[in-house]
Design a protein around this ligand. Structure first.
Ligand SMILES: Nc1nc2c(ncn2[C@@H]2O[C@H](COP(=O)(O)OP(=O)(O)OP(=O)(O)O)[C@@H](O)[C@H]2O)c(=O)[nH]1
Ligand SMILES: [Mg+2]
Ligand SMILES: [Zn+2]
Length: 355
C-alpha cells in the first residue's frame, strides 16, 4: 500500500519534514481507535500503536490525540509488536462535535473529533417513512460539514421504501444550498451507482447519519463485499441499533477511502458561524436588504427576511433553524470562554487532601 492509496497529499507532504523522516519516523494513517490503542496503516502494513510518553505529556485536550483519518508520524521499533506515535500531523479538515464525557465535567467545553482529513461527506438520511428523514437534521449536518472543510453530498437512502422519493429530494435540494442530492437504494443491485463518482484514489469520504440509515450497507455496496456489519432496524421505534460502534476507515481495492461512523443521535454544533451562513445562504442573501446591518430578524422595522417570509419566498422554519444554530454556536463559545477563565482561577495552593 502506498501513501497515495491512503490519501496522502501535498498538504501532508509540506507538514511532514525530512528531519522527521530522518529520525526513522514514518507517516501512517489512523484507521481505528479504541481507548489508548490506535490502529494505523502505513507503507509497511497495518500496526497497533500507542502514543509516546512525550506525546502524552504535550497533549492537553482530547482533540490533541489522534482520531480516525488522522495522519501521524510513527516509529517502528525493531522487534517490537507495537508502533509508537510520535507526532500528530496537522489536520486538513476536521469533523468535530461537542464531547459528551461520562463524568460530565469535560463535556461542556471539549471537542470530540469524529473524523479527520475528510474530503467528501455523505450525509445519509433514510426515506423509510420513519424519523429517518428530517430537513432540520440535514441542515445541522450541512453546517457541521461546511465547518469541517469537507464537501457535503446529501444521500437519501432506502428509496425503495419511500412513498414519494422525488418530493423528498426536492425538499432536500431546497435546503442544501448547492450541495448535490442523490436518491439511492443501497440494498438494490447497482443502487449506489450515483455515489461512485465521488469514490476515487486518495479521496477520503465519511458517511454520517442516524443509526439505521444505511451507512454500513452503502459502504459494503460500494466495496462490493461485506466489510461492515449491518443489522435490521428495530421495528418498534425505527431508531436503529447502533450496529457500528466505532468509526473505521477502509481503503477500497479499486481506490478510495471510506470512513464508517456510528450513528450520531444528535449533532451538537460546536463552532462555525461562517458555516451556518453558508447553510442558510438564501436567507443571508435576503438579509442584505434589511434596514439594519445587524438586524436579528426578530421584528425590527425594515426587516427583509420578515418580508420574504410574509410573501412566502422563504419558509419560517428556515429562519427558526438559522437562529437556533447561531445561538447554539454562540452558547458553545461562551462556555469555552468561561472554561478558559476558570483555568486562570485555579487555586494557587493545592487543596488539602481529604482525610
Ligand atoms: N429497504 C432498504 N433497507 C436498507 C437500505 N439500506 C440499508 N437498509 C437496511 O437498513 C438496516 C440498517 O442498515 P445499516 O447499514 O446497518 O445502518 P447504519 O447506518 O450503518 O447503522 P449504525 O451502524 O447503527 O449507525 C439494515 O437492515 C439494512 O439492510 C435500503 O436502501 N433499502
Ligand atoms: Mg453501521
Ligand atoms: Zn432582518
Amino acid at each position: 500500500m502506498t501513501l497515495e492509496n491512503l490519501g496522502w497529499s501535498d498538504f501532508f507532504d509540506q507538514n511532514f519534514s525530512i528531519e522527521q523522516a530522518g529520525q526513522g519516523l514514518m507517516a501512517a494513517r489512523v484507521w481505528r481507535t479504541s481507548k489508548q490503542i490506535y490502529h494505523v496503516l502505513c507503507e509497511e502494513g497495518s500496526f497497533v500503536a500507542r502514543v509516546s510518553g512525550h506525546f502524552r505529556h504535550r497533549a492537553r485536550i482530547s482533540s490533541d490525540y489522534p482520531a480516525v483519518g488522522d495522519w501521524v508520524a510513527i516509529r517502528l521499533k525493531p522487534g517490537a509488536m507495537e508502533a509508537e506515535i510520535r507526532e500528530l500531523l496537522p489536520r486538513q479538515t476536521v469533523f468535530s462535535r461537542q464531547a459528551v464525557s461520562a463524568s460530565g465535567t469535560e463535556s461542556k467545553s471539549s471537542e470530540q473529533v469524529i473524523a479527520a482529513n475528510v474530503d467528501v461527506a455523505f450525509l445519509i438520511a433514510s426515506l423509510d417513512g420513519g424519523r429517518g428523514f428530517s430537513l432540520r437534521r440535514l441542515e445541522r449536518y450541512l453546517t457541521l460539514t461546511r465547518n469541517s472543510g469537507a464537501r457535503p453530498v446529501v444521500v437519501l437512502n432506502k428509496a425503495d421504501l419511500a412513498d414519494d422519493a422525488g418530493r423528498a429530494a426536492d425538499q432536500a435540494k431546497e435546503i442544501a444550498s448547492g450541495a448535490p442530492v442523490h436518491t439511492v437504494s443501497a440494498i438494490e443491485k447497482g443502487g449506489v451507482a450515483p455515489l461512485r463518482q465521488y469514490v476515487s484514489e486518495a479521496v477520503t469520504l465519511v458517511l454520517l447519519g442516524a443509526s439505521g440509515s444505511g451507512k454500513s450497507t452503502i459502504i459494503n455496496s460500494l466495496a462490493g463485499v461485506d466489510l461492515m456489519r449491518t443489522s435490521e432496524v428495530r421495528q418498534t421505534d425505527a431508531r436503529g441499533r447502533h450496529t457500528t460502534t466505532w468509526s473505521e476507515l477502509t481503503v477500497l481495492d479499486g481506490g478510495g477511502i471510506l470512513i464508517d461512523t456510528p450513528g450520531l443521535r444528535d449533532v451538537q454544533l460546536w463552532s462555525g458561524d461562517m458555516a451556518v451562513e453558508e447553510t442558510f445562504a438564501e436567507l443571508q442573501e435576503i438579509a442584505r436588504q434589511c434596514r439594519f446591518r445587524d438586524c436579528r430578524h426578530s421584528g425590527e422595522p425594515g426587516c427583509a427576511v420578515a418580508a420574504a417570509i410574509a410573501s412566502g419566498q422563504i419558509e419560517e422554519t428556515r429562519l427558526v433553524s438559522f437562529k437556533k444554530q447561531k445561538e447554539e454556536i454562540a452558547a458553545a463559545m461562551r462556555r469555552r470562554e468561561h472554561g478558559e477563565k476558570l483555568k486562570h482561577l485555579k487555586p494557587l495552593r493545592p487543596r488539602r487532601k481529604k482525610k
